[in-house]
Design a protein around this ligand. Structure first.
Ligand code: GLU
Length: 420
């Protein structure tokens, strides 16, 4: 788990919301039981020769939460806090995310407990290849399809695709998504998650009658990795005033609006926002509680908790990260009337374009960036409307509505598959 103060673990947060959605739906117990337990948990130990000649053993995970709606899909995360509880939660959220959008996928997630900043490129390549060897019979074009997540990118996906091709003999680009463009990746995949954050944010603003063309709409983005940086850039293009951004080095605030293109270039050159002078330095705690219209927590789970929930002033929260709000903070935020676009909807742009990448790999035909985003747009907009309709119909917050949409779909799938 990412943070240390007392709060529900990511999987406990998933369970709290699943249970709530099941109550609203009056879901039969068997569906709740099935969805509460991952189908398969793989834990692998990965001995790796380090640059200094020593051997270090890393722990890796691949949790398959559900394959009811199709092959399981979900990224691989590298971080020193990765543990089984977190990977289980992330896998379950993938099941919900794919079901909310209506993708023909179940959910999975992988991770290796390591600090990538303390490892050389060669060491990272060796641990990635070891992980692929250990899971070669789990991964598959029609069984389990990984992708990037925190601290992994096209580079790691290329190593995995290559190791897998060697092991299986052949070329299977569809076994993994988020690949570099030259190796069968999809145009539009880099900005895809941020694109979905922007799009669902624009839908939320519209529902609340806020028009950035007619009034100033301020926004703070927590996290400036692949998700946060693209979300900030694309929301700025839509006329939002991005007054604060932040990453693990802290927050940067400018009441007149930051220049996101400049911050983007700064991070490309310097790897983080450390030393960025475009805004006044603030803490991440201050960033989260700024008086803004939109807050997009796009970094990590559990950054909004019972402790700081009462201080959140945003009207809308668009969750670029997976699980940024711990479940015990839900009631406080709901009471304040904050409109939340939950993670399984707000950050579903990534897996949606992953799906389009997988389709292209299967056809062997590749679309332009414009075509990809044009296909992803209605998929995400329809998902927003489905969740919004459930929110109105059941008079329940958007988060529980998203769980309801997903749980209804997956439990129907289980029911149609018949006896077990
Ligand atoms: N890691 C991303 C997520 O959490 C993308 C997963 C994928 O593309 O399969 O949604």
């Amino acid at each position: 788990m990412a943070n240390t103060s007392q709060k529900l673990s990511p999987f406990a947060s998933f369970m709290a919301r699943l249970t709530k959605a099941a109550e609203v739906l009056k879901l039969e117990q068997r569906y709740l039981d099935i969805l509460s337990n991952p189908e398969k948990i793989n834990i692998v130990s990965l001995p790796v020769k380090m640059d200094d000649g020593s051997v270090k053993v890393f722990e890796g995970y691949r949790v398959i939460h559900s394959t009811v709606m199709g092959p399981s899909k979900g990224g691989i995360r590298y971080a020193d806090f990765v543990d089984l509880d977190e990977v289980k939660a992330l896998a379950a959220w993938m099941t919900l995310k794919c079901a909310v959008v209506g993708l023909p996928y179940g959910g999975a997630k992988g991770g290796i407990t390591l600090n990538p900043k303390k490892m050389s490129e060669g060491e990272l390549e060796r641990v990635t290849r070891a992980y692929t060897r250990s899971l070669k019979d789990i991964f598959g074009v029609d069984t389990d399809i990984p992708a990037p997540d925190m601290n992994t990118s096209g580079r790691e996906m290329a190593w995995i695709a290559h190791e897998y091709a060697r092991l299986k003999g052949g070329n299977f680009p569809g076994v993994i998504t988020g690949k570099p463009l030259d190796l069968g990746g999809s145009k539009g995949r880099a900005q895809a998650t941020g694109f979905g954050v922007m799009l669902t944010c624009m839908h939320a603003l519209k529902k609340l009658g806020i028009d950035p063309k007619k009034q100033t709409v301020t926004c703070a983005v927590h996290g400036f990795g692949n998700v946060g940086s693209w979300a900030a850039k694309l929301m700025e293009e839509q006329g939002l005033k991005i007054v604060a951004i932040g990453d693990h080095t802290g927050g940067y605030y400018n009441e007149n609006g930051l220049n996101i293109a400049e911050a983007f270039d700064y991070v490309t050159a310097n790897k983080s926002l450390e030393g960025y002078k475009g805004g006044k330095s603030i803490s991440n705690g201050e960033l989260l509680t700024l008086n803004v219209d939109v807050l997009s927590p796009s970094a990590i789970e559990n950054c909004i908790t019972l402790e700081n929930a009462k201080d959140i002033k945003a009207k809308i929260i668009v969750e670029g990260a997976n699980g940024p709000v711990a479940a015990e903070a839900d009631a406080v935020l709901n009471e304040k009337g904050i409109f939340i676009v939950p993670d399984v909807l707000a950050n579903a742009g990534g897996v949606t374009v992953s799906y389009l990448e997988w389709c292209q790999n299967r056809f062997g035909y590749y679309y332009s960036e414009e075509e990809v985003l044009k296909m992803a747009e209605p998929m995400l907009s329809n998902a927003f409307e489905r969740v919004y309709d459930a929110h109105k119909k059941h008079n329940t917050p958007m988060r529980i509505a998203a769980y309801i949409v997903a749980v209804e779909r997956v439990s129907k799938g289980i029911q149609m598959q018949g006896e077990y």
